[in-house]
Design a protein around this ligand. Structure first.
Ligand SMILES: C[S@@+](CC[C@H](N)C(=O)[O-])C[C@H]1O[C@@H](n2cnc3c(N)ncnc32)[C@H](O)[C@@H]1O
Length: 228
C-alpha cells in the first residue's frame, strides 16, 4: 500500500472510470450523498456551532457540504492532499494514529473511504483514536466501498488510487468498531440511485439502507450513551 502523496496532482481525474462516470458526473456527488447521511445523524446544535472532524479529509471536498451552523476540521497524513484542503477549511497533518486534539473535542467524526488505505492491523488503533476525540455520546461514522456490489467491486479493482488495497466487508468493520470500544453500532448502505435519477428517485435512498447492494456503506458507533 502506497502513500497517497503521488495521487494528489489531478486526484479527481484519477478517480474517473466509465462505470463510475455513468453513475455520477463527478466525485462531488459521492461526497454530497455521504454528507447528507452524516448531517442526518448529527446531534441538535444546543446553542453553538457543532464541531466535526473529517478524518482522512483528503482535499477537503466535503467541508462545504455542512453549511454555516457546523464547523468542520480536517486531518490527513498526506501533505500534498492537504495542500488542496487548506483553502477549504482548517486542517491538520496527523501522525497516522495520533490526532493533535484533546479528548472529546468533536460532536461527531466521519471518515470517507480511508480505512482500505490503512493496514488492517492498525484499524482498531486508528478507530480508538477517533473515539478518543469525539465527545461522550457522539458518533464516529466510517464509510467504505461495498464489496457486495459487483459494480463497485469492479471499479475498485481497476482504480489506480486503490492499487494494493482490498475492500472491507461490513461485518469486519463492525467487529473493528466493537474492538475499539464503541456502543450502539448501526450500519447502512448508500449510493443506490445514480445522479441523473436523483430528482425523481432520490427519496428512495434512505429506505434502502438495509439492502446490501448500495455502492458504499457506513458503520456508525457511539461513544457511551447518547448525549441528550
Ligand atoms: C481515497 S482518499 C479519500 C479522501 C477523502 N476522505 C474523500 O472522500 O475525498 C483516502 C485518504 O485517506 C488518507 N489516509 C491514509 N491513511 C490515513 C491515516 N492513517 N489517517 C488519516 N488519513 C489517512 C489518504 O492520505 C487519503 O487522503
Amino acid at each position: 500500500m502506497e502513500s497517497f502523496d503521488h495521487y494528489a496532482p489531478g486526484y479527481e481525474d484519477k478517480l474517473r472510470d466509465p462505470l463510475r462516470d455513468r453513475f455520477a458526473g463527478g466525485a462531488q456527488f459521492f461526497i454530497d450523498q455521504k454528507c447528507k447521511i452524516v448531517r442526518g445523524r448529527l446531534p441538535a446544535p444546543a446553542g453553538r456551532r457543532l464541531r466535526l472532524l473529517d478524518a482522512g479529509c483528503g482535499q477537503g471536498t466535503a467541508f462545504a457540504a455542512f453549511g454555516p451552523g457546523i464547523k468542520v476540521f480536517g486531518s490527513d497524513v498526506s501533505l500534498p492532499m492537504l495542500g488542496e484542503a487548506v483553502a477549504r477549511g482548517p486542517v491538520v497533518a496527523q501522525e497516522p494514529y495520533d490526532l493533535p486534539f484533546a479528548d472529546g473535542t468533536f460532536d461527531a467524526v466521519y471518515a470517507f473511504c480511508i480505512y482500505h488505505h490503512i493496514p488492517d492491523e492498525h484499524h482498531v488503533r486508528h478507530l480508538r483514536e477517533l473515539r478518543r476525540v469525539v465527545a461522550p455520546g457522539g458518533e464516529v461514522m466510517v464509510f467504505e466501498h461495498n464489496p457486495y456490489n459487483p459494480v463497485t467491486a469492479r471499479i475498485f479493482k481497476r482504480a489506480p488510487v486503490d492499487e494494493g488495497c482490498h475492500m472491507i466487508a461490513p461485518p469486519v468493520l463492525r467487529e473493528t468498531f466493537r474492538q475499539a470500544g464503541f456502543d450502539d453500532l448501526e450500519q447502512g448502505y448508500c449510493l443506490f440511485v445514480p445522479e441523473p435519477l436523483q430528482p425523481v428517485l432520490g427519496w428512495i435512498e434512505p429506505r434502502l439502507a438495509w439492502l446490501p447492494l448500495g455502492g458504499q456503506y457506513f458503520v456508525a458507533g457511539r461513544k457511551g450513551s447518547p448525549a441528550r
